[in-house]
Design a protein around this ligand. Structure first.
Ligand SMILES: C[C@@]1(CC(=O)O)c2cc3[nH]c(cc4nc(cc5[nH]c(cc(n2)[C@H]1CCC(=O)O)[C@@](C)(CC(=O)O)[C@@H]5CCC(=O)O)C(CC(=O)O)=C4CCC(=O)O)c(CCC(=O)O)c3CC(=O)O
Ligand SMILES: NC(=O)C1=CN([C@@H]2O[C@H](COP(=O)(O)OP(=O)(O)OC[C@H]3O[C@@H](n4cnc5c(N)ncnc54)[C@H](O)[C@@H]3O)[C@@H](O)[C@H]2O)C=CC1
Length: 153
């Protein structure tokens, strides 16, 4: 049986994180990531309005353009979250070749790491995965943990 993924708590504060795509899925991931890095760049021609606000607040940078591989030459971590699956796959292939950690949101086989559901307070960070098998269960567990942490505050 495949072994579960280890919950490694990583210092992303100085890492260059790129999210390609700026739709529904990307927005949720960006909302999670901004608490962990000051170097988050989004590349997409169409951008969810909530992300414009984060840009105005200086919390993310946005390149409003179609993605090109040269956009991520200095990347440490990449999330491919466009609705173009061929492009997501190209991003995956490039990142694997360049040893850049990559997550492709529409294909769990193309993820160096899974994106966790997050529950956070000032003192605690909890990340939850169902090992790629059940994002609905991950969501349910996260909601329970959020309630529990809320009760402790
Ligand atoms: C494997 C994984 C890889 C990765 O890292 O991308 C992956 C993969 C996929 N997700 C899909 C769809 C959706 N995922 C969500 C939500 C979440 N997905 C998350 C993680 C992961 N998703 C990774 C580990 C999963 C695990 O732990 O088992 C969470 C935890 C974190 C986050 O994304 O922020 C977050 C819940 C927590 C939270 O909300 O707090 C919703 C919305 C919802 O559920 O409300 C939908 C819309 C559909 C719906 O509504 O059903 C599909 C499309 C196929 C399908 O529909 O099944 C795939 C592709 C595939 O499975 O191959
Ligand atoms: N939203 C959902 O609930 C689910 C989404 N998915 C998958 O997740 C992926 C993303 O879904 P959503 O966020 O809902 O899509 P969306 O349609 O909301 O957003 C797509 C984003 O990709 C960007 N994009 C398209 N072509 C691009 C290019 N050449 N360069 C840069 N950016 C480009 C668009 O500008 C847009 O910001 C898709 O592959 C979809 O199949 C799968 C299951 C559920």
């Amino acid at each position: 049986m495949k072994k579960p993924y280890f919950p490694l708590f990583v210092d992303l504060s100085e890492k260059k994180v790129y999210v390609i795509g700026a739709g529904t899925i990307a927005k949720r991931r960006i909302r999670s990531l901004i608490d962990f890095t000051d170097h988050l760049t989004v590349v997409a021609p169409e951008v969810n309005p909530e992300l414009n606000t984060l840009e105005q607040e200086g919390r993310i940078a946005i390149l409003r353009k179609k993605f090109e591989l040269k956009d991520i030459v200095d990347a440490d971590l990449v999330i491919a979250a466009t609705n173009d699956h061929t492009l997501n796959n190209d991003i995956y292939e490039y990142c694997i070749g360049e040893n850049i950690l990559v997550n492709v949101c529409n294909d769990k086989q193309k993820c160096d790491f899974y994106f966790p559901g997050l529950a956070m307070t000032d003192q605690v960070v909890v990340g939850v995965t169902a090992n790629g098998t059940n994002h609905k269960m991950a969501k349910k567990v996260v909601e329970k943990i959020r309630e529990m942490l809320g009760e402790c505050l």
